[in-house]
Design a binder for this molecule. Structure first.
Ligand code: FE2
Length: 364
């Protein structure tokens, strides 16, 4: 099955409420979602309804594993409890992991550490961070150390929004990778976005990629949202806004693709179809060689499973659960070219979604 390794389940399906993001910046997105909360639109019922609808949308497109982020820089943790309930309610058709995501920082937000620990104790699967948005670089590095400590203490996975900024001096990824290596936690750690890598000097990027390969952490790139929000402060030349997918891939660092946002203030589009990030990713990262195209399914399947720490039991192998999808095309090159639908999504041997391919009749 497809794996969606990065989506924000607390904000999904809110695009246009209370207004649309016309500047297309991350910052206007933050402002709009803050207005959404000020209008008291964010209630447990609202979160549950939207998250369930988004997960059904993903399931309809053959996704059976999802990692969802939930903002924990919100004093009442409104979205956490309903999402923990949703995670259980949907278990029959989709596996959901929840990441405690301190959107406004851990050290730069009042009681940030307390809220993160509260979420950790409430039953989330992973601990997140947002070091590039902390007040200082020192806070950024300290926040990474702190979130790794909390993850170790509670025995949780790690997925950090790391260096999601076009700033060549945003270098929190090296801290995360070094700690993962030193503590032997690499296979339990993912770094999301890492878009600053697109702005680093080549010599530094080379050194960093070697460290990443040794550390065994996974990278999660979100090609659609990175292309949309990235490079917004550039005039021309304008950055693509993505991490170095091709170079990471060549160095053996596992890269997975996610959608990040499904119809929310940071992304007006997004429909739960994992071919969309693959499509955008192969163009933006210039992975258009024939073998690269044939191989691109791994970004939303095996590498996603690796990033989520669910590789064991994933894939078509004797003894694994009967979870798989069928696509209406002979190989992945044709899947991508024709945007082939998932005709069947099968879970534990049962059909959970079926799509009839569209038929066109030409009258010429
Ligand atoms: Fe994100």
């Amino acid at each position: 099955p497809y794996v969606e390794p990065h989506v924000h389940l607390d904000a999904c399906l809110t695009a246009g409420t209370p207004r649309w993001n016309e500047s297309g910046t991350l910052f206007e997105g933050v402002q709009i979602f803050s207005e959404y909360k000020q209008l008291n639109l964010l209630s447990p019922e609202d979160v549950k309804r939207r998250a369930t609808a988004a997960l059904r949308l993903l399931a309809a497109h053959g996704v059976q594993h999802v990692r969802g982020h939930v903002d924990v820089t919100e004093p009442t943790l409104t979205a956490l409890e309903p999402l923990l309930e949703v995670r259980e309610e949907v278990r029959d058709f989709i596996d959901v992991q929840l990441v405690a995501f301190p959107q406004e920082g851990i050290l730069s937000f009042p009681n940030g550490e307390g809220l993160l620990r509260k979420a950790a104790a409430s039953g989330v699967d992973a601990i997140g961070g947002c070091p590039h948005l902390e007040f200082t670089r020192g806070y950024g590095a300290d926040s990474v150390r702190l979130l790794m400590d909390v993850a170790e203490e509670y025995g949780l996975l790690v997925d950090v929004h790391c260096d999601e900024i076009d700033d060549p001096d945003s270098r929190n990824l090296e801290v995360l990778a070094a700690l993962a290596l030193e503590r032997g936690m690499g296979r339990r750690v993912a770094a999301s976005h890492t878009t600053a890598m697109g702005a680093y000097p080549d010599a530094y990027a080379h050194k960093l990629i070697n460290l990443l390969a040794r550390s065994e952490i996974s990278i999660i790139s979100n090609p659609m949202v990175n292309m949309h929000l990235g490079g917004r402060f550039d005039t021309y030349p304008k950055r693509r806004g993505l991490t170095r997918v091709k170079e990471l891939n060549n160095a053996g660092v596992p890269v997975a693709f996610g959608e990040d946002d499904l119809q929310d203030p940071w992304h007006p589009l997004g429909n739960g179809d994992m071919l969309d990030p693959v499509w955008m990713g192969v163009y933006a990262a210039q992975l258009m060689g024939y073998d690269e195209l044939q191989d691109a399914y791994k970004f939303v399947t095996y590498n996603g499973a690796r990033a989520l720490g669910v590789s064991e039991g994933y894939g078509i192998r004797v003894g694994n659960p009967a979870n798989c999808i069928l696509l209406d095309a002979p190989n992945f090159y044709e899947v991508l070219r024709t945007h082939a639908p998932v005709t069947y999504s099968i879970r534990q041997g049962k059909i959970v979604a079926k799509t009839q391919p569209a038929q066109t009749t030409l009258y010429i």
